[in-house]
Design a binder for this molecule. Structure first.
Ligand code: NDP
Length: 510
């Protein structure tokens, strides 16, 4: 019989007498002895302890995540600071002061597990809330926008950030070839943030998290809004410059893991204040861009941030593999009154994330304690069997909804005037927008935000130049032209520094 996991996700058990046993629980007299013929003769197949330990060792690694392979995690709590019952009816928000336990996993995106923490890369900012209505995952990043808005481009894009199939090297030509292709220049806003010093955060504690996507939140009256969530660090934003980040990548590749672990261990609990931006359907219709466009932010003057609560990380995992490597986040893990919007990248992630976990951890990944909805409880007797089913498999419960049993169903909640979709079923490829609208927010960032932060415009040009210097001249020229569309000076600064670093006499090929 499935029993509710009342355990804290950070609990584990060790045999009270601490006797060393085989995996079937029989005490072992000498774990280092191997059965053989005589002292130095060949080993015997009956040597179960040796065979099990070698065979298990061979199977220790599970597939690493494809993107977001390298990460760090900690447990904590979300506390409601402000009443938002007018915009969201979720139980976790219903009382000021209410606390909900959570897990956060921070990560880099492109590097393999074991790559350096300080690499220039967006950072994943994935949160699992163990709510009484079920687990809710906010699978966010530390940037408010993303590189693409057509989900079909995701594997292409990620491949260009990884390794060349022949050389097995990171490849500046692949990287910039993709990003400077005319229709992929919608990425420019994200590329600007990536190559600003925010692309190399000083620590996970010193960065923000953003939903990036638009979501739909509903109150108990059925009134709904589009929302974007901002999670702002209370430690203040701190970044590394390009040279500091490169140096640390060599000297202390696990710098951010160490920083997070030590700060919690030393009871310096990092915290973030959570805000939400809201937008009505009418306001969305009047925007100069689509509310479902992941490459755009909502101007804060028009859509001010409203405070919701505070997140504090106060507990380190007791076991990295069990609680961080096996943690499985998905934007499809949601709770009543919080729904995805029609953002096509979000819609694709609703499928792709659980699918990645089925591959990496197996179809019963939600039975793993860190993923188990222990503050609620899983019961759906049609979801049965499968590899690593360890929760009792609902015992003798019928494996369908039987007329002989009583079941309880969740409350129905309906949206007043929900979105109505109609149109022909067509293949739609969301290429560039008319005019330079895809560049406007990147230009704002350069001219209105970075201009007020001494040295940051220059740092951006420098960070791009150092990277693009490794690309071939043809691609470099496309990079200069793309950044000139943001701001002529930026394009020129990048060009000047790149050509100093990589004089055109050198040969390079794509
Ligand atoms: P605002 O002046 O109202 O907002 C500017 C925002 O820029 C700040 O709130 C801050 O967000 C963010 N910011 C500050 N420094 C940097 C940096 N070095 N790199 C990236 N972001 C930074 O103007 P708008 O709302 O019109 O936004 C202007 C530009 O700011 C946008 O084009 C976008 O590039 C960027 N931005 C906007 C956000 C938004 O939600 N509107 C969120 C983040 C960036 P924060 O406090 O979250 O760091």
């Amino acid at each position: 019989m499935f029993s509710k996991n009342k355990n804290n996700t950070n609990s584990y058990s060790v045999r009270p007498d601490r006797a060393i046993t085989s995996t079937q629980g029989a005490k072992i007299h000498d774990p280092f002895a191997t059965e053989r013929i005589g002292q130095h003769g060949p080993l015997l197949l009956q040597n179960a302890n040796l065979i099990e330990s070698l065979a298990h060792f061979n199977r220790e690694r599970i597939p690493e995540r494809n993107p977001h392979a390298h990460g760090s995690g900690a447990f904590g709590v979300f506390k409601v600071t402000d009443d938002i019952s007018d915009i969201c009816g979720s139980e976790m928000f219903d009382t000021v002061g209410k606390e909900t336990k959570l897990l956060i996993r921070f990560s880099t995106v492109g590097g393999e597990k074991g790559s350096a923490d300080t690499a220039r890369d967006p950072r994943g900012f994935a949160i699992k809330f163990y709510t009484k209505e079920g687990n809710l995952d906010w699978v966010y990043n530390n940037t408010p926008v993303f590189f693409i808005r057509d989900p079909s481009k995701f594997p292409h894009f990620i491949h260009t950030q990884k390794r060349n199939p022949q050389t097995n090297l990171k490849d500046a030509n692949m990287f910039w070839d993709f990003l400077t292709t005319e229709e992929n220049q919608v990425a420019i806003h994200q590329v600007m943030i990536l190559f600003s010093d925010r692309g190399t955060p000083k620590s996970y504690r010193n960065m923000n998290g953003y939903s990036g996507h638009t979501y739909v939140w509903t109150n108990k009256k059925g009134e709904w809004h589009y929302v974007q969530v901002h999670i702002k660090t209370d430690q203040g934003i701190e970044t590394l410059n390009n040279e500091e980040a490169s140096k640390l990548a060599g000297q202390s590749p696990d710098y951010c893991q160490q920083d997070l672990f030590n700060s919690i261990d030393n009871k310096k609990y990092p915290s973030w204040t959570v805000y939400v931006q809201t937008m009505t359907e009418k306001e969305a219709a009047d925007l100069p861009f689509s509310v479902f466009d992941l490459t755009k932010v909502w101007p804060q003057k028009q859509f001010p941030l409203r405070r919701i609560g505070k997140i504090t990380l106060n507990e380190n995992p007791t076991n990295y593999f069990a609680q961080v490597e096996q943690a499985a986040f998905s934007p499809s893990n949601t709770v009543p009154y919080q729904q995805p919007s029609a953002d096509p990248v979000l819609q694709a992630r609703l499928f792709a994330y659980p699918d990645a976990h089925r591959y990496r951890l197996g179809p019963n990944f939600n039975q793993i304690p860190v993923n188990c909805p222990y503050a609620s409880q899983f019961f759906n007797p049609a979801i049965r069997d499968g590899p690593m089913n360890v929760n009792g498999n609902f015992g003798k419960e019928p494996n369908y909804l039987s007329t002989n049993k009583k079941y309880v169903f969740g409350d129905k909640y309906e949206l007043n005037k929900p979105e109505i979709w109609s149109g022909p079923a067509i293949p739609y490829h969301w290429k560039t927008s008319p005019g330079d609208i895809d560049f406007q927010q990147a230009t704002n960032l350069y001219q209105k935000v970075l201009s007020k932060q001494p040295g940051q415009q220059k740092a951006l040009a420098h960070n791009v130049a150092v990277h693009v210097a490794a690309a071939c001249p043809k691609i470099q020229d496309r990079v200069f032209a793309m950044f000139s569309r943001v701001d002529k000076k930026l394009g020129n600064d990048i060009k000047e520094e790149t050509l100093n670093l990589a004089p055109r006499s050198r040969t390079s090929k794509l």
